[in-house]
Design a protein around this ligand. Structure first.
Ligand code: NAP
Length: 402
């Protein structure tokens, strides 16, 4: 068995690759078990004996805490580093106490600066929209900065008090005593690299529009600057291929001419209504961390909910693929949870490795399964139809890989 290699510029993937996985908490083990069966069947079906995956189990979350006293033991970090890619189930984050977030910690540790969430409607899925057909939006969320980076100081703490004094004395800004304080940081480097990722994706996947989502009208020096930096990258990267919204509407009847890429921007609040009223106008969306967190779940709701939308955290050297939903503890060990999000995250992992046939096969099999009305309870209850369990759903996907 071999490891994914990286020579400083590109990855190499052996045909018999080792990939680590983390079950996760709550429903994590249920959906991981189902997903791994689908992955193995897919690889065997698509590549016969030419390619294979050996799965390496790593511990993190509540299981690791009870066994080792640490949510993410060093060995887990070392193994992800050694393998360069991993797939994980959801991990519980205690609210208002304990570890800040294992997910945020992993993103920081491996500099996984791009959170990528493709949201594509598959016919047969329930949707709150009258017509969800054709929704195909991939969100590139900056993953390392913004208020989401967790630079926060508790109300009444020494750090918060000194910041309040500093703001008053040095900057003449009055903040109420006893305020909790969070800091919003956005840099040119981080904003530009997420835009580069979004543009690379758009160009390599034949997408003709990239939308910058921001709240720069109010937060001018963070989100406003994010927008400007993104436009700078668009101009540098696309040159003559860049087309503006004005050119598209005034001279091209609203459509993007072949070979060109429209780069436009939307203020965050408007973006939320646009993805409901005109979702087909959006293809690739690039956004700071917090906006992206909210938007990805909102758009996921349009195509069946969190149970069906996959996600990836990708950096230059490492990548971790995941279900975007949480650990939904009330469904743990009940064979109820929907494994689709994690299964599609696996499809993204295979695409990342360059195994595009496996990516296509998994999407095809999920599509066929859902179209046949074989769905888990989260979706069935919306449609008033019968449901299957986690394992039975995976069985159907495996049958549809044939
Ligand atoms: P959640 O676990 O995503 O669950 C919220 C609701 O979404 C569930 O009650 C269920 O809805 C539905 N749901 C989510 N995944 C589902 C699936 N695969 N199949 C069927 N239904 C599913 O969100 P949460 O309750 O806010 O968070 C629980 C824990 O997970 C928290 O500790 C949170 O921090 C953590 N979390 C982790 C990640 C991650 O690891 N990436 C992401 C988000 C949250 P119904 O109740 O309507 O049936």
């Amino acid at each position: 068995m071999g490891l994914v290699g990286y020579d400083g510029a590109k990855f190499s993937v052996p045909d018999d690759v080792e990939i680590p996985y983390i079950d996760g908490d709550g429903i994590g083990p249920d959906i991981m078990k189902a997903a791994l069966r689908v992955f193995d069947a897919c690889i065997k079906n698509v590549y016969d004996a030419r390619r294979s995956v050996s799965w390496v189990r790593l511990e993190a979350g509540e299981e690791a805490l009870s066994k080792t006293g640490s949510y993410v033991p060093d060995v887990t970090i070392d193994e992800i580093r050694r393998h360069r890619v991993a797939i994980k189930g959801p991990l519980t984050t205690p609210v208002g106490k304990g570890i800040r977030s294992i997910n945020v910690m992993l993103r920081k540790k491996f500099d996984l600066y791009a959170n990528i969430r493709p949201v594509r409607y598959l016919p047969g899925l329930p949707s709150p929209l009258k017509d969800p057909n054709g929704i195909d939006i991939t969100i590139f969320r900056e993953n390392t900065e913004d208020v989401y980076a967790g630079i926060e100081f508790a109300s009444g703490s020494e750090a918060a008090k000194s910041l309040i004094d500093f703001m008053d004395e040095k900057l003449g800004v009055k903040i109420a005593d006893g305020a909790g304080i969070g800091i919003k940081v956005m840099t040119e480097a981080a904003s530009k690299r997420i835009m580069r990722s979004a543009l690379d994706y758009a160009l390599s996947h034949g997408k003709d529009r990239v939308t910058i989502m921001h709240k720069g009208n109010i937060m001018k020096f963070t989100e406003g600057a994010f927008m400007q930096w993104c436009y700078e990258v668009a101009r540098e990267t696309l040159g003559q291929r860049l087309i503006t919204e004005q050119e598209v509407t005034e001279f091209n009847g609203g459509s993007v001419p072949s070979g060109r890429v429209l780069v436009n921007d939307r203020i965050a609040d408007n973006m939320f209504q646009q993805v409901i009223t005109r979702p087909r106008d959006y293809s690739v969306v690039v956004t700071p961390n917090l906006n992206g967190d909210y938007l990805s779940d909102a758009v996921a709701a349009e195509i069946g909910g969190l149970g069906v939308a996959p996600g990836a955290n990708v950096g230059n050297e490492y990548a971790i693929f995941e279900a975007v939903h949480g650990s939904a503890p009330k469904y743990a060990n009940k064979n109820i949870a929907n494994p689709t999000s994690l299964i599609l995250a696996g499809a993204m992992l295979f695409e990342h490795l360059g195994w595009t046939e496996a990516h296509g096969a998994i999407y095809g099999a999920i599509e066929k399964t859902v179209r046949a009305g074989i769905i888990t309870q989260d979706l069935a209850r919306e449609l008033g139809s019968a449901s299957v369990g986690t394992a039975e759903f995976a069985d159907a996907v495996i049958r549809n890989l044939q």
